[in-house]
Design a protein around this ligand. Structure first.
Ligand code: 6PG
Length: 239
C-alpha cells in the first residue's frame, strides 16, 4: 500500500480548480484507454466548489460524461427535492450541464421506507451496475475525522456490506446512507478534499503514524493504487 500523497494549494478556490482539473484528466485518460470510469462523489462545501469547477472546465476536457458512471459515497436520507440532498446539488452544479446520464443516486425518503431499506437498495444497485472498483472515490473530511457518513464510534464503521443506513448522525440531517469502508476501499484512487483551519487537527490525526479508524474514520480509507490528500493551506496547518 503506497504512502498517501499530500498536495497543498494556497486557498479553497485553487484547491477546487486543482481537484477538478485532475479528475477531468483521469477521466479522459480512462476513456482514452477504452474504459467507462466509475467515480464516487461526496457532499460538503469544498466538494460543491469542485463540482462548479467541473462544470466550468469540462467543455475543454474531452471527457464524455455519458461514459462516466456516477455514484455517491454518502447521501442524506431526505426528500428527493430537498436542498440537503448531495445529488440535487451535484446535478445543479455540474452533472446536468455536462450531460452525465449514468447517475446512481442513493434513495431518498420518496424512494425507500426507511434508511436501512435505502441502504439495501443501493447495495443491490452497486452489485448490479458497479464495475467492482471505482476509478476515483472523493471524500470530504469532517472536523471529527468522519468521511462519507461514517462517524467516529458509530456501528456503521464495522458494517461489512456495501451501503449502510446511518441514524443519529452528529452532522445534520440525522439519517443518511453511506458506503462502507469495504465499498469505499474498492477504489484505485481515493482523494480527500479538505479546506479550512477547522479541519487541520483531523487531517493531522488521519495522517499520523498511529491511530484507530473508529476514532478517525478517514484512517479507514485508502486507494488500491494511490491516496491523495488535496488540502488548502489552512487545512494543512497542523502537518
Ligand atoms: C455529507 C458529506 C460529508 C462531508 C464532510 C465535509 O454528506 O455531509 O459527505 O462527509 O464531506 O462533512 O463537509 P464540508 O466540506 O462541508 O466541511
Amino acid at each position: 500500500m503506497t504512502a498517501p500523497r499530500v498536495e497543498v494549494q494556497p486557498d479553497p478556490g485553487t484547491l477546487a480548480t486543482a481537484v477538478a482539473g485532475e479528475l477531468l484528466s483521469r477521466l479522459a485518460d480512462a476513456q482514452a484507454a477504452g474504459n467507462d470510469p466509475h467515480i464516487a462523489l461526496t457532499g460538503g462545501g469544498i466538494a460543491e466548489a469542485v463540482h462548479r469547477e467541473l462544470a466550468r472546465l469540462s467543455p475543454e476536457s474531452g471527457v464524455d460524461w455519458s461514459r462516466v458512471v456516477v455514484w455517491w459515497g454518502d447521501e442524506r436520507f431526505v426528500a428527493r427535492d430537498s436542498a440537503d440532498r448531495n445529488a440535487k446539488g451535484a446535478r445543479a452544479a455540474f452533472l446536468d450541464a455536462v450531460g452525465a446520464t449514468q447517475v446512481h443516486e442513493m434513495p431518498s425518503t420518496d424512494d425507500a421506507v426507511d434508511v436501512d431499506a435505502a441502504a439495501t437498495a443501493y447495495s443491490a444497485a452497486v452489485r448490479e451496475h458497479g464495475a467492482g472498483e471505482f476509478e476515483v472515490v472523493m471524500l470530504g473530511l469532517g472536523p471529527d475525522g468522519h468521511v462519507a457518513s461514517l462517524f467516529p464510534g458509530h456501528p456503521a464503521l464495522d458494517d461489512a456490506g456495501i451501503a449502510v443506513g446511518v441514524s443519529g448522525s452528529p452532522k445534520p440531517p440525522p439519517e443518511r446512507i453511506s458506503l462502507t469502508f469495504a465499498a469505499l476501499n474498492r477504489a484505485r484512487s481515493v482523494w480527500f478534499l479538505v479546506s479550512g483551519e477547522q479541519k487541520a487537527t483531523a487531517v493531522a490525526a488521519a495522517l499520523a503514524a498511529e491511530g484507530d479508524l473508529h476514532d478517525i474514520p478517514a484512517r479507514g480509507v485508502t486507494g488500491a493504487e494511490e491516496t491523495i490528500w488535496f488540502l488548502d493551506h489552512d487545512a494543512a496547518s497542523s502537518i
